[in-house]
Design a protein around this ligand. Structure first.
Ligand code: 5GP
Ligand code: ZN
Length: 137
């Protein structure tokens, strides 16, 4: 499955070059061209799925296992002090390439590569209602 206009599909097909760190039958892991920090990489499934909602469960599981393996390897090699693993779905959430991918972002003490969110406040009543609404039945 492939999308003719998708840049990651073109990379997977070898039509656009990338700096590949790992490859197997399901995934390519490559350096991000606009890295948030030294070593920022992307886990990209070889098949085209736009986002987490489309990603089959089996691949989702494999992606997380690979993320753990890559984070461990990259932390050992880079000697970084921490690690963010994140994944954006939808434009409002910051997704710019609509082919599912996970970000692997090494973090270094003293650097402020990424701004974290500010904690918002919701009332106890709102939090109780949300917990009820979101509980998986
Ligand atoms: P998103 O914003 O969709 O979560 O992340 C897309 C990421 O893909 C960005 O961090 C961006 O730098 C990266 N990216 C965009 N085009 C290319 C490309 O052609 N090659 C590589 N290696 N990364 C890309
Ligand atoms: Zn694609």
């Amino acid at each position: 499955m492939r999308d003719a206009n998708c840049i990651f599909c073109k990379i997977v097909a070898g039509e656009i070059p990338s700096r590949t760190l790992f490859e197997d039958e399901d995934f390519k892991v490559m350096l991000d061209v606009g890295p948030a920090s030294k070593g920022h990489a992307l886990i990209v499934p070889k098949e085209h799925y736009a986002n987490i909602y489309e990603l089959p469960d089996e691949l989702a599981g494999k992606a997380m296992r690979l993320a753990k393996r890559m984070a461990t390897h990259m932390t050992n090699v880079l000697n970084c002090d921490g690690f963010n693993i994140l994944q954006n779905n939808g434009e409002v959430a910051g997704q710019t390439v609509f082919h599912y991918h996970m970000h692997l972002i090494p973090r270094y003490k003293g650097s402020d590569e990424m701004i974290l969110w500010n904690a918002n406040h919701f009332s106890d009543e709102q939090m109780d209602a949300l917990a009820e609404q979101l509980s998986v039945k």
